[in-house]
Ligand binder design. Structure first.
Ligand code: ADP
Ligand code: MG
Length: 253
């Protein structure tokens, strides 16, 4: 299916008086895998918040699934980078994944067999079934990330947004989540993820390169050029042509 999941025109994003993304044009295709890449603080999460309908544009236009991001929220599942649940509320893995059904059932909607089945199914896919009764704070970072992705997958959705789903993960967790990302795209759904990793960005169908604005967007080969990367990462002359290295996920967090 062709067409765009989202189109921004002179889109400016931020928080109160902070401008995080200066007026930018951008588009994100439907039914494809898009990677948003850029240095720390370049506005990647802010763009995802806008696509997920959590913040409204400060100015310019953003159309999501042909309407506003807010109106599309039910069809868009957003796995945020840092989710914090109230302390002292010991939620089990299964309860957290169940919460992913709320946008589909309604907060006070009844859980039916189909909802329970979906929860068990996504827990299997993310390989967290054995952890179902454990509390979130008893899990490793990779296990917890798999639970959050399972929560996102539990929601009925056409679009999956993932904020740095692979950053800092153990190999097993990264592989499982990477498979989900590709399976979702093969199933015709739109996937947008943020990353620090140039190889991950190259593996996507479409890339948005950010640096406090959208520097470039389009097919990876067209966007991830040395000139664009140098601009986004504020790099001087490179001594080794073609040997650009920008990734350093451990500095993050
Ligand atoms: P990235 O995800 O690329 O690291 P962010 O989108 O999180 O970048 O942040 C972009 C800019 O917006 C940064 O300067 C950051 O400090 C600022 N910012 C992010 N969240 C908030 C917030 N809730 N309130 C004010 N400023 C914020
Ligand atoms: Mg971020």
């Amino acid at each position: 299916m062709s067409g765009n999941f989202a189109v921004g025109k002179q889109l400016q994003l931020g928080y109160e008086r902070v401008v995080a993304v200066r007026p930018s044009d951008v588009s994100i295709p439907q039914g494809k895998l898009t990677a948003i890449i850029g240095p720390n603080g370049s506005g990647k999460s802010t763009l995802l918040h806008a696509l997920g309908g959590l913040i409204e544009p400060q100015s310019g236009e953003l159309s999501v699934l042909g309407g506003t991001a807010l109106a599309s929220r039910r069809r868009v599942s957003y796995v945020m980078q840092s989710v914090t649940y109230p302390e002292g509320v010991p939620l089990s893995v299964r309860e957290v994944v169940h919460m992913g059904r709320y946008p589909s059932t309604g907060w006070f909607g009844r859980f039916r067999a189909g909802d329970r089945h979906r929860v068990e199914e996504v827990m299997e896919r993310l390989n967290v079934t054995a952890l179902a009764r454990r509390h979130l704070d008893e899990l490793s970072g990779g296990q917890r990330q798999r639970v959050y992705v399972a929560q996102g997958m539990a929601q009925d959705h056409d679009v999956l947004l993932l904020d740095e789903p692979l950053t800092g993960l153990d190999i097993v967790s990264a592989r499982i989540i990477d498979e989900i990302i590709h399976d979702e795209t093969h199933a015709g759904r739109t996937v947008v993820h943020t990353t620090h990793d140039l190889d991950e960005a190259r593996a996507a169908d479409h890339v948005v390169l950010m640096a406090g604005r959208v520097v470039a967007y389009g097919p990876p080969a067209q966007v991830l050029t040395e000139a664009n990367l140098r601009e986004a990462y504020n790099l001087g002359e490179l001594h080794e042509p073609g040997g650009i290295f920008i990734d350093s996920p451990r500095e993050e967090c």
